[in-house]
Ligand binder design. Structure first.
Ligand code: 13P
Length: 252
């Protein structure tokens, strides 16, 4: 069966010292608990090697927020999937809307990144989502389908089964404007149907599909109660251990 997952995306926040403190605090907060979901923290690259040994791997997975679309070589400033994996990290966020919008990541580039992540044993948390203009034009399904099919649907069923999907409507990210539970469920069901059409019902039923966009402790329970919402990808509310724990507790 598919897993419930609460994953944090720290984005470009926290110095190394602050990140270490947050990871330690979260580890302590979860020390005497058995969360009813997998917990993941995705941190800036420079935190990974310091944070992975600090957390209990049975309770907290660590991931990067991106990786390069090249294996290795003369690509100044880039960080490869192999380097991410060498820190002990197990996950990598790919296709975040901020990467698509500000760093011009394309569907084709993302297909390459997904391949490299899988080849290096990382679990991609692959983000899809429409901008407000698309939703207002009723094009959200079309846009999300193109993002999924263009970057993922050339994978074998075996490889696709290793991927976690995150639906993050761009208009809900960092805006305080959350998708309603009904809007989230509708899109998650659409995504699951698209996966079923391509890979069959069993693969679709086993794929975790997370919701992201102004998710917080006060709305997580309602969002996660939907049959096709298997957890969340959390930005702002992952930057304080207590806030993040409040979202993890939505699964209790
Ligand atoms: P916020 O939770 O801050 O809206 O960010 C969501 C997000 O982009 C997670 O990847």
């Amino acid at each position: 069966m598919r897993k419930n997952i609460v994953a944090g995306n720290w984005k470009m926040n926290k110095t190394l010292q602050e990140g270490i403190a947050l990871a330690k605090e979260l580890n302590e907060v979860l020390a005497n608990e058995k969360p009813n979901c997998d917990v993941v923290i995705c941190t800036p690259f420079i935190h990974l090697a310091s944070v992975t040994p600090l957390v209990d791997p049975a309770k907290i997975g660590v991931g990067a927020e991106n990786c390069a679309d090249k294996e290795s070589g003369a690509f100044t400033g880039e960080v490869s999937a192999a380097m991410v994996a060498s820190t002990g990290a197990k996950y990598v966020i790919l296709g975040h809307s901020e990467r698509r919008a500000y760093y011009h990541e394309t569907i084709e580039t993302l297909a390459v990144k997904v391949r490299l992540a899988l080849d290096n044993g990382l679990t991609p948390i692959f983000c899809v989502g429409e901008v407000l203009e698309d939703r207002e034009a009723g094009k959200q399904n079309e846009v999300v389908h193109e993002q999924l099919a263009g970057s993922l649907f050339d994978l074998t069923a075996e490889d696709f089964s290793k991927i976690v999907i995150a639906y993050e409507p761009v208009w809900a990210i960092g805006t305080g404007k959350t998708a309603t539970a009904a809007q989230a469920q509708e899109m998650h069901a659409f995504i699951r149907r698209a996966i079923a059409d391509k890979y069959g019902k069993e693969v679709a039923d086993n794929t975790s599909i997370l919701y992201g966009g102004s998710c917080k402790a006060s709305n997580a329970k309602e969002l996660f109660a939907n049959p096709d919402v298997d957890g969340g990808l959390i930005g702002g509310a992952s930057l304080k251990a207590a806030d993040f724990k409040g979202i993890i507790d939505a699964f209790n």
